[in-house]
Design a protein around this ligand. Sequence first.
Ligand code: TXA
Ligand code: MG
Length: 332
Amino acid sequence: MQDALREACALLQQGEIVALPTETVYGLAADAFNPTAVAKVFAAKDRPAFDPLIVHIASRGDLKTVAVVPDDIAETVTKLISTFWPGPLTLILPRHPDVPDLVTSGLPTVAVRQSAHPVFRAINKALGHPLAAPSANRFGSISPTSAAAVIKELGGRIPLVIDAGACREGLESTIIAIEPREGKKPLFRLHRAGPITKEQLQHFGKVETVREPVGQSPRAPGQLASHYAPRTPLFLLESPADFQPEPGKRYGLLSYTGADDGPYVALHDWECLEALSPGSGKLAEAAIRLFFVMRRLDEAGLDAIIAEPVSETGLGVAIMDRLRRAAVANKT
Ligand code: TXA
Ligand code: MG
């Protein structure tokens, strides 16, 4: 493994891009201070330049090299990062002038986090520069939670993938922007639901979900309606009665627990059935397995994937967000 880490570091130093594991999903990393390297990330992903990247720092002390934290939110930022970093919380902050325009798509803000993955951290530290890293998939497609999934998405387009097994969280980081409020706890604008839940953030401020208009929105492009999409049409049901199968079509079910007596499992003789949390119905397990299971169903040669809803509490908010985006993509 040490040799692989050295090779990754050498490539990054030369301005190359490398797919690396993080605790959320695999990322496609480049030296954030090297615009030529960052341009290769956009090219490999077919990502439009209006969609900014997340910058990953090796230590909390490096925050000042990429962002300028305003005095009126400094205390909140300190509390958040001492609670959640290293980990899956991304903060949108005013950018430092040294961060290339390409990284932030010309926005006055930068999205920053510190990954908790030991392999990612070791490479980030050894490079001595922050790493710009979006999820290592083609633009709009399902984020990879294994090295094999990265190779399916980007094989032949990138020189190296570091394989450190499956990702511990399975969903991309929670993204928030912070607004100070006179005499009150700050407001957190939730740009993307993720592993750090609304319930966890509420200790530190008031959480308000950013509602993006459906379609392309260059201001917060990560929240494009059509994202995380399998190639097979995916339909997210609101209730079992919504399933109206057409004769002769092959349907697969994305079930929560997969239990035989579940109202969705019992609906049909499914060609293929995948459970997010087999047996136990645990949201953390469902989050870890979501993209893996979506890929499995996508590769099963089905006419449609039918997804049953999960309860929208805790991690269920992020899971339902990804399912809705996977479904919307097929309707617009
Ligand atoms: O867990 C994660 O966040 C993973 C791992 C690799 O760290 N990364 C990831 O990156 O999911 P990406 O590029 O797939 O998603 C980042 C999102 C994008 O949707 C982008 O629009 C949004 O963050 N973003 C980046 N900078 C922003 C900014 N300044 N303002 C608003 N949104 C921003
Ligand atoms: Mg992504």
